[in-house]
Design a protein around this ligand. Structure first.
Ligand code: SDX
Length: 403
């Protein structure tokens, strides 16, 4: 393998693309979507407006925003057949497994999900027809992400599915589909609806994290975006990535009272435990999203009441931030440290938390997928090499002669 350079373990310090979408400065704790600081977007924008920005590169005009919002809503409904698909899961199936499967199932619906049918790829020509097909796939995946998640939720509750309502916001419609119990005039709590929208916006994209890389690796074979998103969803499911918000709560429950924090910290330092919600491959100071999540949590707790785990979480945060072991390794809270406390206060089941990460992250996955499809010079399949360190040539030994 002449001239091959092996990347650091876990692709540390390895850039695989050039991108205009999201900028992270890990040392300064900066996160910007298409140049706009996350703090400004969290305060002034919405998840759907930010989705438009991430995907198309500009803040939408009023007209563009209205078209985008109505198209996403129009494509949020699922075909009645999909009820049978969801009913095929056991009542206690993990919702991330259901969501991952559902994205691939979605792809089975649409003819353009099989580009080989057309002989040439639908997505890379950049023609108006191709761009229109991609837009429709983007509307469908963003719109249906909430519906599929809500269907997974209803399966777990053993309840009927709810058709996406008219006239509600993106997160309002999502909460309505999950919590509706037949009351005609049901409306989600506006403070919780807004809090979830801020959390969705914060989770929308984060450049080349493991799940986004998975979407691009998969998409580089020119498979349809539904299948590429299903692959990304599977990657996000892991406890080192999107599963961390669930792992944080399980960790806090296992710690119990704040007075148990010091012994937990010692167990972490003995590498017997992991401090979930801390550490990040890129941020070497606090994740800027974690401050906004913390503020949002205070808003939510005004409505739901404080979560008794908050005290333990704050005691853990304080102890870790002043402990040499964590300071030396530049470990600080990431986006997952407090988000789970909000989801728990809002009443979501623990194993549904990673779904609340996946739904908004569909936006970032699609933004990077579209950027790759339209890149200069077309798409090259991602096919890394290896450095072979195995056995030299040797001859087959019949089984009778083996010891
Ligand atoms: C997300 O990539 C993204 O952008 C992800 C994300 C996004 O928006 O897409 O930001 C979302 O996934 C946030 C991260 C959520 N995961 C967790 O909270 C799980 C706990 N965190 C760790 O598993 C870890 O910090 C990672 C996976 C997040 C990052 O791991 P790295 O970059 O591979 O770092 P590492 O494992 O090499 O750690 C360096 C050192 C090691 O110590 P030494 O062996 O050098 O002595 O820090 C230690 C690690 O043991 N360490 C931790 C730790 N994280 C790292 N020790 C205790 N608890 C931790 N959480």
């Amino acid at each position: 393998e002449k001239g091959l350079r092996i990347a650091d373990r876990g692709f540390l310090n390895t850039a695989v693309i050039k991108s205009k979408i999201t900028h992270i400065d890990g040392d300064a704790g900066v996160l910007r979507y298409r140049g706009y600081p996350i703090e400004q977007l969290a305060l002034k924008s919405s998840h759907l407006e930010t989705a438009y920005l991430l995907i198309y590169g500009v803040l939408p005009t009023k007209q563009q925003h209205n078209v985008f919002q109505s198209e996403v809503h129009r494509h949020s409904a699922m075909h009645a057949d999909s009820e049978e698909f969801f009913r095929s899961f056991r009542y206690d199936a993990h919702p991330m497994a259901m969501l991952t499967s559902a994205f691939a199932y979605l792809g089975s619906y649409y003819a353009e999900a099989n580009p080989s049918l057309e002989g040439q790829n639908l997505y890379t020509t950049g023609t108006p027809e191709s761009l229109t097909i991609m837009d429709k796939q983007i509307y469908r995946l963003i719109g249906k992400a909430t519906t599929l998640a809500a269907m997974a939720y209803r399966v777990r509750q053993g309840r009927e599915f709810v058709t996406p309502p008219h006239g509600l916001s993106y997160t309002g419609s999502f909460l309505y589909q999950m919590d509706h119990l037949g009351q005609e005039d049901y409306r989600p709590n506006p403070v919780l609806e807004k809090a979830l929208d801020v959390l969705f916006l914060l989770h929308a994209d984060h450049e080349l994290n493991a799940s986004c890389t998975t979407v691009l690796q998969t998409g580089s074979s020119l498979v349809d975006p539904y299948s590429a998103i299903a692959a990304g969803c599977a990657s996000l499911y892991g406890p080192l990535h999107g599963g961390a918000n669930e792992a944080v709560i399980r960790m806090l429950i296992s710690i119990g009272k704040p007075e148990n924090v010091p012994s937990f910290i010692e167990a972490v330092k003995r590498r017997e435990k992991v401090l979930s919600g801390f550490g990040h491959r890129v941020y070497k100071t606090s994740d800027p999203r974690s401050f906004i999540v913390r503020k949002t949590a205070d808003e939510v707790f005004k409505i739901t009441g404080k979560d008794e785990l908050l005290e333990t979480a704050m005691a853990l945060h304080e102890a870790a931030m002043k402990d040499e072991y964590f300071i030396k390794r530049k470990l600080a809270p990431n986006v997952d440290f407090c988000s789970g406390l909000i989801y728990r206060a809002m009443g979501f089941p623990l194993d549904f938390f990673p779904v609340l990460f996946a739904v908004p992250r569909v936006v970032g996955w699609l933004a990077h997928w579209r950027q790759m499809m339209l890149q200069e010079g077309g798409v090259k399949i991602w096919r890394p090499r290896q450095i072979f360190v195995g056995a030299a040539k040797r001859d087959y030994v019949p089984i009778e002669e083996r010891s």
